[in-house]
Design a binder for this molecule. Structure first.
Ligand SMILES: [Zn+2]
Length: 343
């Protein structure tokens, strides 16, 4: 379904000022379009929205506010992206290009829900149903079922209704088990890789940063680096990608916080609230640590400890205001920060 005009327009209105101001400040940015030419030839930045994730595909509004096209007059398809995904409680959306939505939706977004499933299972949750395969010694093939942990040593099989093959298979397994000669094996579906989960969380954090700093973040060295990490084109200097589950007693509010790790390095902590909607399991708070715009900060992040348990950060946190909403652009520039205002 095509996006509503108002939805596209609201994004252009909200984010193009940060592009305009960035354009005045840094005319050297080589923003690329699909054909490799610079976005700079767009005369009016205030009619422009660039997909924050690829920083390539654009929507350009015509004089009459009637159509949204790219510079060749072609309509690029843009879509609504939930961040975090709806399945884990995401209610905020961002306009991104269809290509990015397809690419990231299929490759990383789905991993957040699955990761939370496996985490809940590992914590002994008896609520969630977890996908598994069942094989039986001496019987060819396997069946896919769902299982539920009832207690430490009791597992329930959840058999899909009317699925004859699965029902017969399980009947044989029970029969075999009672005769004591045969064994059956239950293999739980592997949780998604840490790296995939971390990239999906970083993508959500990236969107939050975009909604706070606008294009000044997207086209900053930190923003560019994050885009490549999210796309899997480069590795994160930290094995944990700067992603931590946060102690729930410690933080209860989503948002972006800044904290200093030493005299010169500032990190941002993007706090994301996740919830397994299907089972109404309690919220989890995940923090993504984003280095400020300096090489030193990026070097420092590789020294972060690899903590498995929930963490609290011991230095004071300061909430970062939403500069975009205030029309007061605080450049995301590391040490040499500056304020600039738009008339
Ligand atoms: Zn895109």
């Amino acid at each position: 379904m095509p996006l509503k005009k108002e939805y596209i327009e609201s994004h252009i209105q909200k984010y193009s000022p940060s592009l305009v101001s960035l354009g005045y400040l840094e005319p050297k940015y080589g923003w690329g379009t699909d054909d490799g030419k610079e976005i700079y030839r767009f005369k009016n930045f205030n009619k422009l929205y660039i997909c924050p994730l690829c920083a390539k595909r654009v929507v350009y509004r015509d004089e009459d506010f009637n159509s949204f096209t790219n510079e060749h007059g072609l309509i690029y398809e843009f879509t609504k992206d939930h961040y975090p995904p709806k399945s884990v409680g995401g209610s905020t959306t961002m306009m991104i290009c269809k290509q990015c939505n397809n690419d990231f939706g299929g490759s990383i977004d789905h991993s957040i829900e699955k990761y939370l499933y496996s985490k809940a299972l590992a914590n002994g949750s008896s609520i969630i149903e977890y996908p598994a395969t069942l094989t039986l010694e001496g019987l060819p093939g396997f069946v896919s079922i769902h299982t539920r942990l009832i207690s430490k040593n009791q597992i329930q099989f959840i058999v899909p209704k009317n699925n004859k093959r699965v029902i017969e298979f399980i009947a044989k397994a029970i029969e075999a088990n009672s005769s004591d000669n045969t064994t059956f094996t239950l293999r739980l579906k592997k949780p998604p890789e840490d790296a995939i989960f971390c990239r999906a969380i970083l993508k959500t954090a990236f969107m939050q940063c975009f909604s706070t700093w606008g294009y000044d973040f997207v086209f900053s060295p930190t923003g560019e680096r994050m885009r490549e990490i999210i796309a899997g084109q480069q590795n994160h200097p930290s094995k944990k990608y700067g992603i931590y589950f946060l102690d729930r007693n410690y933080i209860q509010d989503e948002g972006i916080y800044s904290f200093k790790v030493n005299k010169t390095v500032t990190f941002y902590l993007v706090v994301i609230k996740l919830k397994l909607i299907k089972y109404n399991i309690d919220h989890e708070f995940v923090g993504a640590i984003i280095p400020e715009n300096t090489e030193e900060a990026w070097r420092y992040i590789s020294k972060l400890p690899l903590i498995e348990q929930e963490v609290s950060i011991t230095t004071p946190l300061y909430k970062v205001p939403n500069y975009i909403d205030q029309m007061n652009y605080f450049a995301f520039k590391g040490e040499n920060r500056m304020y600039y205002h738009l008339d």
